[in-house]
Ligand binder design. Structure first.
Ligand code: PSU
Ligand code: MN
Length: 320
């Protein structure tokens, strides 16, 4: 990192001058300057989406997969009030293992910076910081979206609205199957966020290879996806993301019958225990891990691995 750790963010010296954040690691900055491929990775899945200590192994594996694919990984988190793009080994270990690491959506970034707090970034915060650093491709597991029971709770992930405002490709296995998938796809249409199925005409179902919902566009290769990104760049206009929906392989998906049964129990437990707000998604994911004997964890990790590999391929194709 180019700055000493523990240093608090400073105000811009000159009014109107851009603040120095995000703090981009030397490796990521050099890659971006040389127009070499970079893949952004989020940290909420590490800190709040996967159990310890497996989460740190997965975080390290995902970075290794990006490198094997010929790109530079840029995991993103806020540490001691500094939004960091590209973490070193110790910083990644802090995100995975430190108690009190918060979950930060885009709206939480400014309070976290001002408080000098540390937190993992969700898709909304990660996409924002990545795009600000100049990164064009981002990989995660499953996006947030419109929750079932939306009519009662109004719970819709901030991921959707933010993705309508930044130009970044998000490679994901669809949206988490704990959500209302058709409602989420409708919101994405309303918000003007493009969705491309990767070698599928069906929107993936996160733990499951399919959701039963169709997608309007299908890409057959990473080069085709890179072509869409270049077309977005060339068209200009209001910025928005491109969702690249990449299904978990059928052989690695969660058994659909087990999925449906345990998910129904998880949703009932969530309502019974009065879980709301930011806690809902981690609660549901954790319930699934514990009540599928870890099978949902394996499907989740398989999905993320596939997304990270594909994201590296897309970043390489886009850079060439
Ligand atoms: N993908 C996963 N596991 C996760 C997430 C994504 O495989 O835990 C995280 C992402 O950070 C996403 C967040 O932005 O869940 C959604 O949370 P919410 O529903 O509270 O917006
Ligand atoms: Mn929510």
């Amino acid at each position: 990192m180019s700055e000493e750790s523990g240093e608090r963010p400073e105000r811009p010296a000159v009014p109107g001058e851009q603040p120095r954040w995000p703090v981009v690691s030397d490796e990521v900055r050099e890659a971006l300057e040389d127009r070499r491929p970079v893949v952004a990775l989020e940290s909420t899945i590490i800190a709040h989406g996967l159990p310890r200590p497996r989460n740190l192994q997965v975080a390290e594996e995902l970075e290794a997969l990006v490198r094997e694919g010929g790109a530079v990984p840029a995991t993103i988190a806020v540490l001691d009030g500094r939004p960091c793009v590209g973490l070193d080994k110790e910083q990644l270990a802090r995100v995975a293992g430190e108690d009190g690491i918060r979950k930060l959506g885009h709206r939480d970034l400014a309070p976290a910076v001002a408080a000098g707090a540390s937190g993992a970034t969700t898709v909304s915060a990660t996409a924002f910081l990545a795009a600000r650093a100049g990164i064009r491709v981002f990989a995660t597991g499953g996006l947030g979206g419109v929750h079932r029971e939306w009519a009662q709770t109004q719970d819709e992930s901030a991921d959707l609205r933010l993705l309508a405002r930044v130009r970044i490709a998000v490679v994901c296995a669809g949206v988490k199957s704990v959500l209302d998938v058709p409602a989420t796809l409708q919101r994405l249409e309303t918000l003007g966020v493009g969705v491309v199925g990767f070698r599928t005409a069906e929107f993936p179902g996160f733990y499951l290879s399919g959701s039963g919902e169709p997608v309007d566009w299908t890409a057959g290769s990473a080069a085709e996806v890179a072509g869409v990104l270049r077309a977005q760049d060339a068209l200009g206009g209001p910025e928005s993301a491109l969702i690249v929906a990449n299904p978990v392989p059928v052989a690695q998906q969660l058994d659909p019958a087990l999925h449906d049964r345990v998910l129904a129990e998880a949703l009932a437990a969530c309502a019974r225990e009065g879980v709301t707000g930011q806690a809902v998604t981690p609660f549901l994911l954790d319930h699934l891990v514990r009540h599928t004997g870890g099978a949902s964890l394996e499907a989740n990790v398989a999905a993320v691995r596939g997304n990270v590999r594909l994201a590296a391929e897309i970043a390489v194709a886009y850079a060439s």
